[in-house]
Design a protein around this ligand. Structure first.
Ligand SMILES: [Zn+2]
Length: 273
């Protein structure tokens, strides 16, 4: 028997969750429905509850528009990803692949473990105001709980074999999950060939839009096919937060700049009394 056929549906884990409402926040205090449009859309996230206040008044929010001539970084980031069995969920907001422990990045001297990756349509980050078709977010967490997210811009082009098993196993219903232990995903193969990246301090792009997230956006887009894009948009369209103001931030090219920027967060955040 081909083990690759041993795909099993783990089951519905969210109950009564509408597609338009996203309530995947951890604490009861923060479980306020939000969405990407209308009365619970991005422009109003900051008013939905106190826990989401940073969405409206934070000064280091994500995503941002990146000028194509913004300072690039080529060093201070290394990837040590290893393949992992496919575990994919339809979260109600996106398609997410939970990644088995053991894959890390080292960013500015700190090690972060890859926890999960997911997708947005269209891209959340723009370059010179232009969206890509999709954006991949690889979410990492350090030993102290700090977050680093690597964004990869995905544009229409040739079929990409490394993405195929993901887009072929999208659970159709919000809350559904698929575990396919016989299928390995290689996160390293999802990255562009060039390691040049833009680096800045930002936030989660979904409520509560917590700041202090180290953002890496790879400069070189990755091509996937029109049918691969369509496989995602059949599940989700426009699950993208609009770009946020850059404010006082600068693109980080050295670790010392990172420290200076983190200090400026505390000094300039308007939300705190
Ligand atoms: Zn994301």
């Amino acid at each position: 028997m081909l083990r690759s056929f041993m795909v099993r549906t783990v089951g519905l884990v969210l109950h009564g969750l509408l597609l338009i409402n996203c309530t995947r926040i951890a604490t009861a205090r923060e479980r306020v429905p939000w969405s990407y449009h209308g009365d619970t859309g991005p422009a109003l996230w900051g008013q939905l509850c106190p826990a989401y206040a940073l969405s409206a008044c934070g000064l280091e929010q994500s995503p941002i528009d990146i000028p194509s001539d913004a300072p690039l970084n080529h060093t201070n980031l290394s990837f040590a990803y290893v393949p992992a069995p496919l575990a994919i969920i339809n979260s109600g907001c996106t398609i997410q692949v939970n990644y088995a422990p053991g894959s890390t990045i080292t960013l500015d001297g700190t090690s972060y473990t890859l926890v999960q990756f997911h997708f947005h349509h269209r891209s959340e980050h723009t370059v010179d105001g232009q969206h890509s078709a999709l954006e991949l977010h690889l979410v990492h967490k350090s030993a102290t709980g700090a977050l680093a997210v690597v964004g990869v811009l995905l544009e229409e082009g040739a079929e990409h074999a490394a993405y195929a098993p993901i887009f072929q196993h999208i659970p159709s219903q919000p809350g559904a999950a698929i575990s396919a232990p016989a299928i390995n995903i290689d996160a390293a193969a999802l990255l562009p060939a060039s390691r040049a990246y833009w680096h800045y301090n930002g936030s989660l792009t979904t409520p509560p839009c917590t700041e202090g997230v180290s953002w890496v956006v790879m400069r070189e887009p990755v091509q996937i096919s029109a049918s691969q894009i369509a496989a995602f948009t059949a599940a989700y369209q426009n699950n993208e937060r609009p770009v946020q103001a850059m404010n006082h931030r600068r693109f980080i090219t050295t670790p010392s700049m990172l420290i200076a920027t983190m200090q400026s967060i505390k000094a300039k955040r308007l939300c705190e009394p």
